[in-house]
Design a protein around this ligand. Structure first.
Ligand code: ADP
Ligand code: TRP
Length: 338
């Protein structure tokens, strides 16, 4: 399905990724990129640092998050020689293209964008003026995101459901420009939502999320992972009592990481009263450590040798830029009649 296609993924360097982010977003994105490359396509993977400054103003925090996210993708198996792996702020053509897109972006598109609307709703609920604390970066976010996408003649943008509207806005802006100049200046991107990727529950049963404080950490030491797993909610039923695995949170989390055989083993043990909560927590712990330990080692290596990562990002930008330069030239030639 991705044969010969250009796929592009962007990630904001905000928050320290947890197991849910890794299994639900980071790993699938890397695998999808590998699939596209194996089928003769191209994979652009970038860190959206201009997007991050709308909300985060502390340079030390931004720098730390940038490092973490870059190292996590490399640790997860992204190959910077095969994918185009770069920072948004290293591609000056992106803000230039954004400026051109503004002239073709109806203000109404921005008014109805989810991120802006959510911020307004939050202000209203707090009894504040609609635009309180909202900067132009947040307001115009979808136009910059459109430039991220359109700069590389992207065919497919894999996203979570919350980002679908943004890809549609990119498509609409590109369509408006193409219609105006009566030629395909910009490639129309499609979004791709992977329904196979399940939401990983957190240790309290709600969606695992940094905002709920219910996460299983990703690249911390075994002790920290164990502490989180052993605080997963359980009840006081004895081991011998047969249990429906689907009612047990440890089993639900195990689903996102275990092989079918491992899952069967835990399920049978619970149904037959052979496995207690201590057992199944240890099984989950083993699976998590098994999943993350090789990546964690790579992660720690890259964090301690960040100059190597910096060089990869710079090289990635140098490799990616010519495509964005070509799109910018195409646009300027059309817009200014050159
Ligand atoms: P959080 O909810 O911790 O703030 P984000 O909203 O920053 O996480 O999500 C970053 C990415 O990780 C998104 O693509 C999102 O779909 C994915 N993600 C976040 N939490 C989970 C989860 N519990 N299970 C699966 N994917 C998740
Ligand atoms: N808006 C995306 C998010 O919040 C990140 C992002 C920025 C992005 N530019 C993009 C994603 C371009 C895909 C394509 O997760």
């Amino acid at each position: 399905m991705f044969a010969g296609k250009t796929i592009l993924t962007g990630v904001k360097p905000t928050g320290t990724p947890h197991l849910g982010n890794y299994l639900g977003a980071i790993k699938p994105a890397i695998e999808l990129g590998q699939k596209a490359i194996a089928q003769g396509g191209k994979h652009y993977m970038f860190i959206a640092d201009y997007h991050a400054i709308n909300a985060e103003k502390d340079p030390a925090v931004l720098n730390q998050k940038m490092k973490e996210i870059a190292c996590i993708y490399l640790a997860g198996g992204l190959d910077p020689k095969k994918s185009y792996f770069y920072r948004q702020s290293d591609i000056p053509e992106i803000p230039e293209i954004t400026t051109i897109l503004y002239a073709y972006t109806p203000k109404g598109f921005m008014n109805k964008a989810h991120a802006y609307k959510a911020a307004v709703d939050k202000n209203r609920a707090a009894g504040k003026p609609d635009d309180d604390g909202i900067n132009m970066g947040l307001y115009t976010y979808p136009t910059l995101m459109a430039a991220d996408i359109l700069s590389y003649d992207t065919d497919v943008v894999p996203v979570g459901k919350d980002q679908v509207q943004h890809v549609e806005i990119a498509r609409d802006i590109a369509g408006a420009i193409n219609a105006h100049y009566e030629k395909e200046l910009l490639r129309l991107p499609a979004y791709y939502v992977d329904d196979q990727v399940a939401v990983v529950p957190g240790i309290d049963g709600r969606k695992m999320s940094k905002s709920y404080g219910n996460v299983i950490p990703l690249f911390e030491d075994d002790k920290a992972i164990k502490k989180a797993i052993f605080s997963i909610k359980t009840d006081s039923r004895p081991m011998e009592e047969p249990k429906d695995p689907d009612e047990i949170l440890v089993y639900e989390i195990y689903k996102s990481i275990a092989t079918p055989e491992q899952l069967q083993e835990m399920g049978d043990g619970l149904r037959q009263g052979r496995l207690g909560y201590g057992h199944i927590k240890n099984m989950l712990l083993d699976a998590v450590i098994n999943e993350v330990s090789a990546a964690r080692e790579k992660y720690n290596y890259y964090m301690n040798h960040y100059d190597e990562v910096e060089a990869m990002l710079e090289e990635g930008a140098a490799r990616a830029r010519p495509a964005a330069q070509a799109v910018l030239k195409r646009l300027k030639d059309a817009v200014f009649g050159r």
